[in-house]
Design a protein around this ligand. Structure first.
Ligand SMILES: Nc1ncnc2c1ncn2[C@@H]1O[C@H](COP(=O)(O)OP(=O)(O)OP(=O)(O)O)[C@@H](O)[C@H]1O
Ligand SMILES: [Mg+2]
Length: 330
């Protein structure tokens, strides 16, 4: 097996809850939001892994840990074999920022409205001092072109408000690409775009990783999108990976009742033979400040039995490289 470029070991991010007046007067802790609650995940060089789950499952928080925007409260973050968990400070992180880039959901927020497209894409190259001044222009144009903004000269002098939503997202992608990272974390990069533009941007990402051998951690709540783009899919529920396997396995042979329900909730791939086996998802995701005992999915699981209420199921291999954390998995 190839070495991993990224490895998360029992990663945890618990945010302290701000208590009410009573808690503060009595000096007692108000508990914590367990946004990420023990995640194990590997990404190989050049591999695309999709992180899928409902709102609040901890996807963005995982991405923010990997890009060092949030400090984990437990577990480890390893990049290319190096323990990055406790590395802090901009100069210590400079080489890492060169190797790992994040693309955010909302391109409009991510772009400085007073900077031109050229300056936006050039900014990380300048601040990381990656290229000489005389190479800057070529590198920026190359990235814009790779992100599908052609010819790049048409775009370099524009400001964000002079672009469409899809073009803005391409500028954000170009900014990440210009650095030539080994890993991109893309947090719902297409969810705010309309369907036709979505497919084009996904295609840009698919082409790029083939050309540049760049690993991609693709965050989405949309299982069909994950299937389209990823080699493997990790299904997140309340801060934990409940199932992981190849994109085909997770989509067409899901084992965890949560994944089955997610799939059945998706009309495009809620294909007939398994439909009706389990009802679509019931109820809402519980608060990450009150994670249920035992299997965290049990209050919503139509197959739950007594053990599920008391004991947390470990992830077990149900097929080669396909793991499911369910007491019924075998
Ligand atoms: N800075 C913070 N302080 C306290 N709680 C937080 C913080 N950031 C996130 N959370 C909580 O952590 C949990 C996971 O949030 P996160 O944004 O990672 O979910 P998500 O899967 O990305 O959801 P979405 O699909 O809606 O973007 C949520 O319950 C959220 O309220
Ligand atoms: Mg999110």
């Amino acid at each position: 097996m190839r070495d991993n470029i990224l490895r998360l070991e029992n990663l945890q991010v618990h945010f302290p809850l701000k208590g009410g007046l009573f808690d503060r007067v009595l000096g007692r802790s108000a508990g914590a939001v367990r946004a990420v609650d023990g995640i194990d995940l590997n990404v190989e060089p050049g591999e695309t892994v999709a992180l899928v789950g409902e709102s609040g499952s901890g996807k963005t928080t995982v991405g923010r840990v990997i890009t060092k925007l949030v400090q984990p409260t437990g577990g480890k973050l390893l990049f290319d074999g190096e323990d990055m968990t406790s590395v802090r400070g901009s100069s210590a992180l400079r080489p890492y920022r060169h190797r790992v880039q994040m693309i955010f959901q909302d391109a409009y927020q991510a772009l400085n409205p007073r900077h031109t497209v050229f300056d936006i894409v050039a900014e990380p190259l300048r601040s990381l001092r990656l290229v000489k001044d005389n190479q800057l222009s070529e590198r920026v144009r190359e990235a814009l072109s790779a992100a599908g903004l052609n010819p790049p000269d048409e775009y370099v002098a524009r400001f964000p408000h002079e672009l469409s939503g899809g073009q803005r997202q391409r500028v954000v992608i170009a900014g990440a690409l210009a650095v030539k990272p080994e890993l991109i974390v893309a947090d719902e990069p297409v969810s705010m775009l309309d369907v036709s533009i979505r497919a084009q941007i996904l295609q840009v990402l698919v082409d790029l990783r083939q050309q540049q051998n760049m690993a991609l951690l693709f965050i989405t709540h949309d299982l069909p999108v994950a299937w389209l783009i990823a080699d493997r899919i990790a299904v997140l529920y309340l801060g934990r990976v409940v199932e992981i396997g190849s994109a085909d396995e997770i989509t067409f042979n899901p084992k965890h009742p949560y994944t089955v329900a997610l799939r059945n909730a998706t009309p495009q791939i809620g294909v007939s033979e398994n439909r009706g086996e389990l009802p679509a998802l019931q109820g809402e995701v519980p608060s990450a400040a009150r994670i249920p005992t035992g299997c965290r999915f049990h209050p919503r699981c139509p197959l739950a039995f007594s053990r599920c209420r008391d004991e947390d199921p470990p992830a077990v291999e149900v097929e080669p490289r396909h793991l499911s954390a369910c007491w019924l998995a075998k």
